[in-house]
Ligand binder design. Structure first.
Ligand code: ZN
Length: 305
């Protein structure tokens, strides 16, 4: 028992946190880990995010590397149970830190890191990340911020063995100012990152409601068989439906309110949307989303006048 306990202790020193990652197969060669529909906390150690990996003949392509070094190390361990192959590329879809702090693990393993320009602009500032300050040094152990090997500005086709990955920034601003979509045509899977949430609400704080709806249009335009979001469990071809109606309803209601000269300090009371109350984080994020939409749409209305 003593030996077991000390082994467990050593294990936790090495890896910071036991994430218990279990890959879910989306379709042959395509797997994802699904995070909890929560905010970041010490209890979940940042496991609130979806990350995926695709097996090719030459190695794995990882799509988003997760919240910590330990998370990436444990994800890699799971990949090796599926096939003893190296990770060749990590594609980062945007710069929010729940999605890419596993990068330094893969860099150590020799993978090439790909991502949007905003990753370089926003992650290399030297500021402590929200993840680090929430988790503390122990859970964050070994996690480092590393540079990308390749920046994608508009679009890029990544070829590996006989597979291709189409990487596209659908619009200048949507969830952030640098969101990439990854499409894997062989299996008709589209990885949306945080351009799509399901089961929980998004935050519009760094983005745009107009851009978000435009990006969702692009995503639906792939007519994919599987749509994998940045947060949420629905991977069906209809996975965008609820999210599109949530954003569209905010947009319609806020535009209506602007037409009726509703003030900014009244808007969150006016635009309640009880149909979405069962979505996780509604109480935390909905009012703020309405306010962000108001600020954006008010500017557009002003420009038009
Ligand atoms: Zn996210």
């Amino acid at each position: 028992m003593k030996i077991l306990l000390s082994l467990l202790f050593l294990f936790s020193l090495n890896y910071g946190f036991e994430y218990n990652l279990k890959p879910k197969k989306i379709i042959e060669n395509v797997y994802c880990f699904f995070g909890k529909l929560e905010n970041i906390s010490k209890e979940n150690a940042g496991n609130i995010v979806n990350t995926c990996f695709v097996q090719t003949k030459e190695g794995f392509v990882v799509i988003d590397s997760g919240p910590t070094y330990a998370y990436a190390a444990q994800a890699y361990e799971q990949m090796q149970h599926i096939a003893k192959l190296p990770v060749k590329y990590v594609i980062n879809k945007h710069d929010h830190d729940d999605h890419w702090l596993g990068n330094s693990f893969y860099k150590d393993k020799g993978a090439l890191l790909i991502g949007p320009r905003t990753y370089e602009e926003n992650t290399l500032s030297g500021m402590e990340t929200r993840m680090h300050s929430t988790l503390g040094d122990m859970l964050f152990a070994k996690t480092k911020i590393v540079k990308l090997d390749m920046i994608v500005d508009n679009n890029f086709t990544l070829k590996i063995a006989d597979d291709v990955f189409e990487i596209l920034q659908p619009t200048k601003i949507a969830h952030t100012k640098g969101d990439l979509i990854v499409y894997f045509p062989r299996k008709k899977v589209v990885f949306t990152g945080d351009l799509l949430f399901n089961g929980r609400l998004t935050s519009l704080r760094d983005g745009s409601i107009i851009g978000s709806l435009k990006a969702l249009d692009t995503i639906e335009g792939y007519h994919a068989d599987f749509i994998v979001s940045g947060h949420g469990y629905d991977t069906s071809k209809d996975a965008t439906k609820q999210f599109v109606s949530y954003l569209s309803e905010i947009k319609t209601k806020v535009l209506n309110a602007l037409d009726n000269d509703v003030d900014m300090d009244e808007i969150t009371k006016k635009v309640s949307m009880p149909a979405y109350k069962n979505m996780k984080l509604y109480d935390l994020l909905h009012a703020r989303n309405v306010l962000d939409a108001y600020k954006e749409l008010e500017m557009i209305e002003d420009d038009e006048e």
